[in-house]
Design a protein. Structure first.
Length: 239
């Protein structure tokens, strides 16, 4: 079935392949060749939607490395400090927001973690599902999600997001969303490459009683051979 879905995506999109490696793990991803070719003027006019999902951003790579090191018991967080009982990933429920092609979710899926990858674009989720299958991972659960209207009753031990603070409207929307989807005592990890609105977001959460610190910094290649400093902000919700 997933082979058929990959063939469908290859027929609909001009795709490229990109390899990601970290430690003992590697993954070969397919993704659209050029995100700007996917801009839909109608969608932008309706809700200013742009196909950010179609790139593999430095923040996604940095967050994936952080999670892989944490799962190995490295110095990121001792391998189990993200709202999981008793340490380790056993039984942890993880939600990725704005997943795009879902590299961080795929990294956790490779370690047997139960992840739900969400995005506003159905095609992003289809690429994420195909990338899990083509790399021999167990199926990746996906769901479309409008941040303004999350389902009732969600509560995740760990919520992750990479480079989602690129627009001012995301500050208040994301802060409110985290309050609804992070379980009491849980954690959110937000990887950011220095977007101008990241400071406003952190201040908003602190005002709401969250504890925020910098869990990690990763240097990742970005456009034109430059380096992007990806800061991974750890946000802990009060019990």
């Amino acid at each position: 079935m997933q082979q058929g879905l990959e063939a469908e995506l290859r027929a609909r999109f001009d795709v490229r392949e990109e390899r990601f490696e970290h430690g003992d793990w590697s993954v070969d991803l397919i993704l659209p060749r050029a995100a700007d070719e996917l801009i839909d003027e109608g969608e932008f006019a309706d809700d200013e939607r742009l196909p950010y999902w179609a790139e593999l951003w430095p923040s996604a790579r940095g967050l994936a490395r952080h999670l892989l090191d944490a799962s190995a018991g490295g110095d990121s967080d001792g391998g189990g400090g993200y709202g999981t009982a008793g340490g380790g990933w056993g039984g942890a429920r993880v939600l990725e927001l704005g997943c795009g092609v879902a590299l961080p979710s795929l990294a956790l899926r490779s370690r047997g973690v139960d992840v739900l990858a969400t995005d506003w674009y159905g095609d992003a989720l289809r690429f994420a599902e195909v990338n899990a299958a083509r790399n021999g991972l167990d199926p990746l659960r996906t769901e479309m999600l409008d941040w303004r209207h999350p389902p009732r009753g969600w509560g995740y031990d760990l919520v992750i997001a990479a480079d989602v603070l690129y627009e001012p409207r995301n500050v208040d929307i994301l802060a409110a969303l985290l309050g609804r989807v992070v379980a009491p005592g849980g954690t959110a990890l937000v990887a950011d490459p220095g977007r101008v609105y990241a400071g406003d977001f952190l201040r908003t959460l602190r005002q709401q009683g969250w504890r925020a610190d910098e869990a990690d910094v990763r240097m990742e290649p970005s456009a034109a051979g430059a380096q992007s400093r990806v800061r991974i902000h750890r946000l802990r919700r009060a019990e």
